[in-house]
Write a protein that binds this ligand. Structure first.
Ligand SMILES: [Zn+2]
Length: 422
């Protein structure tokens, strides 16, 4: 296949709001998901897989975030929804979220899943037919970009993956996602496979890695290198703090660091758009708070020990020249500014807060209200946000609600179906 004229590039596609939130025992409120999209946009991440357009309780959140795209609040990030690669899901997605523009269509491709999940009821040809029918339907209904997701790709025969990818491309898919669903690959195998796919399918590739063997970041780097060496753009799937099913996904910050700081990589392989690493600490801390999962002490870049030195030789060395014992500076990750921690009286937001306390709280952030009624309206939204998240809102969430009350109202409106059998 002919290679592109331009050097292929590497992009980030974060899946915290899909893979992260489907993690067992964890979840995010719709406002928290929105904040993640806002921080990802600020960081320069190309795309956020922002949720599930076939899930009824996601619909208002998804539509509200697409409104933020329309009004330029979420710009230039691309928001894409994840569904199964079946026509029924495509129809439901456009019914629930009519303004959806970008979709990822997922179907299992491995022999294991054909036998073990589909119980032998589907052949490889059936898989391709379902996927291409879904791509056709998504195009017909107005999808601007479609990614096709080969689930369990790392346990799928390469020859079938190529056939699957070619069919996706012929039907107008923009990208093929190579999903190492079980974290089975290693950097050597994923490099070879991604390079072969790039050369034989001739379509931009996504690499989606899990940490079951502790190699999610390394595999993402190797997979992206394979795609680029094979002549195609690479889109690395990440999650904030690596939160994802089982042992998790490739951590966003660690993957950015690996791409830009590891030996010789950044000189040879280019990012499609610059990543503002300075947002790293903020997004990691917010995700940790929102998921209620602490950042490990030794987390690359954002862990409490990532720049801590105790032993004499290291402390002396880093004081003489930080580069002696630090590969990059804490300042690059947005760390190092002192934080104000209240140790005395604290007025915080809650689902039973009143106007006086709320005005005091917002006043500390230099937000004032035209009238008591206006303060009351914003407070009403803050109370509902607390009902969903069960914890005090962070400053950025309060500011978001004050600035975008009508969007917040949509995010916070959850109306279950009428139960006809009750
Ligand atoms: Zn996954």
């Amino acid at each position: 296949m002919a290679k592109k004229e331009q050097t292929p590039k590497i992009y980030f596609l974060d899946v915290t709001n899909r893979d992260g939130v489907q993690t067992a025992k964890l979840g995010l409120s719709k406002l928290e998901k929105t904040m993640i999209n806002i921080y990802l946009n600020e960081m320069g991440v190309f795309q956020s897989e922002f949720g599930f357009p076939t899930t009824r309780h996601e619909a208002r959140y998804l539509e509200a975030n697409l409104e933020l795209v329309e009004t330029g609040v979420l710009k230039p990030i691309r928001l894409e929804g994840w569904i199964r690669a079946i026509v029924g899901d495509v129809k439901t997605a456009f019914k629930f979220v009519p303004n959806i523009k970008h979709l990822n269509l997922s179907i299992s491709t491995s022999e294991q899943m054909l036998k073990g999940k589909f119980r032998g009821k589907k052949t490889e040809d059936d898989i391709i037919k379902e996927m291409t029918d879904a791509v056709d339907a998504a195009k017909a209904m107005g999808a601007e970009s479609i990614g096709v997701n080969a689930e369990d790709a790392s346990r799928t025969d390469l020859s079938f993956l190529v056939k699957f990818g070619l069919a996706a491309r012929e039907h107008g898919a923009a990208r093929l996602r190579y999903c190492d669903t079980l974290g089975y690959d290693n950097p050597f195998t994923i490099y070879d496979t991604m390079k072969a796919l790039a050369e034989n399918v001739d379509i931009p590739l996504e690499v989606h890695c899990h940490g079951d063997l502790g190699m999610a970041v390394a595999n993402s780097l190797a997979g992206a290198k394979g795609a680029v060496d094979g002549g195609q753009d690479a889109y690395i799937n990440t999650t904030v703090n690596g939160i994802g099913e089982r042992a998790g996904n490739a951590d966003l910050v660690a993957t950015v660091l690996a791409l830009t700081k590891s030996k010789g990589f950044a000189k040879k392989y280019q990012l499609g758009n610059p990543i503002k690493l300075a947002v790293a600490a903020k997004i990691a801390e917010f995700a940790s708070y929102a998921f209620d999962v602490p950042i490990p002490l030794n987390q690359p870049g954002v862990g409490a020990n990532a720049f801590a030195h105790a032993s004499g030789i290291h402390a002396d060395g880093v004081l003489k020249d930080p580069e002696n014992y630090e590969l990059y500076s804490y300042k690059e990750l947005g760390r190092g500014t002192p934080k104000f921690v209240e140790t005395g009286r604290e007025i915080i937001s809650g689902q039973y807060s009143g106007v006086a306390g709320f005005k005091h709280l917002m006043g500390k952030m230099n937000v004032s209200f035209a009238s008591r009624d206006e303060a009351g309206d914003i407070l009403e939204l803050v109370r509902y946000a607390n009902v969903q998240s069960h914890k005090p809102l962070v400053e950025d969430e309060l500011l978001f609600i004050a600035k975008h009350p009508l969007i917040a109202q949509k995010l916070l409106t959850l109306t279950p179906l009428v139960l006809e059998t009750m």
